[in-house]
Design a protein around this ligand. Structure first.
Ligand SMILES: [Zn+2]
Ligand SMILES: [Zn+2]
Length: 274
């Protein structure tokens, strides 16, 4: 198994509110409206290797993100990190998309996330063949603890603290030659968790909504900020760090002080495992 030839496409790189935000006249939002710079949709990514694909999360902008791809693709699998709106509200569109394309879709989520999905998308869990594309009894299956093999990687999920918003999950991808992780919604990851899951990475995709939230009420926060990310030992140790889940506070054209840190943007593609 090799990850040779795998590509990570960033379909969306914004925080839960998107950029530009409604009614916001800040420089980033104004620029996003007029020039398109920093225009971003809710966070989602697509891993591809040859004809194999894996979709990471399905936020409210998924319809436009998939339509933008040009040709239909059937994800071999979809992984859902947690049941917050900005990561799951495209689930209905995704089910339609696959149904229309006549394909099979396997959607996986960590076991504890599934009851929340069942509650939010009750119609999809009725098992009445509402979506012709369904070939399995449940629309969302528990992600096996041993992980999933796709696109040359074994993908495993691990639970991470999400501050005031409870908990989320991150994904680690291992091939014999390449390792990377996708962790969009987290703050205060304990050292032992980082040691287990976030070491030896060639690439780390990390969510940072704001540049500096040190003046905010800390108990209300739910994601790392850029200032903290730059100081995290496990992030600094990664070969490359791409920051995502970016609010209108972030101007992605601005330089970051550590050369191996950078901002992701919608439409960015990164070659992996080469
Ligand atoms: Zn704004
Ligand atoms: Zn989020």
């Amino acid at each position: 198994m090799s990850a040779q030839g795998a590509t990570l496409h960033f379909l969306g790189t914004s925080d839960s509110k998107g950029v530009p935000r409604f009614w916001c006249g800040c420089a980033v939002c104004s620029g996003a409206r007029t020039t398109g710079a920093n225009r971003r949709t809710r966070s989602s990514a697509l891993l591809r290797r040859g004809r194999e694909t894996l979709l990471l999360d399905c936020g409210p902008d998924l319809h436009a993100q998939l339509a933008r791809l040009g040709a239909p693709l059937i994800p071999d699998a979809v992984l859902i990190s947690h049941a917050h709106n900005d990561h799951i509200l495209g689930l209905g569109d995704l089910l339609d998309y696959v149904s229309y394309a006549g394909g099979h879709l396997k959607i996986f989520a960590p076991e504890q996330v599934i009851p929340q999905l069942r509650e939010r998308f009750a119609y999809a869990f009725r098992g009445e063949g509402f979506h012709a594309g369904f070939q399995q009894s449940a629309p969302v299956q528990p992600l096996p603890r041993s992980g999933l093999t796709v696109c040359g990687y074994t993908v495993r999920a691990f639970e991470v603290p999400h501050g005031a918003n409870g908990s989320s999950h991150a994904f680690r991808f291992d091939s014999p030659t390449h390792r990377w992780a996708y962790i969009t919604d987290a703050i205060g990851v304990p050292d032992e968790l980082a040691e287990r899951w976030l070491t030896g990475l060639e690439l780390l995709v990390l969510g940072t909504a704001f540049r500096d939230e040190s003046a905010s009420v800390q108990s209300r926060r739910s994601l790392y900020d850029v200032r903290e990310a730059l100081e995290l030992s496990w992030a600094r140790a990664a070969g490359r760090v791409l920051l995502t889940h970016l609010s209108h506070d972030i101007e992605t054209g601005a330089a970051l002080p550590h050369g191996h840190f950078g901002y992701a943007h919608d439409g960015l593609s990164v070659e992996l495992g080469t």
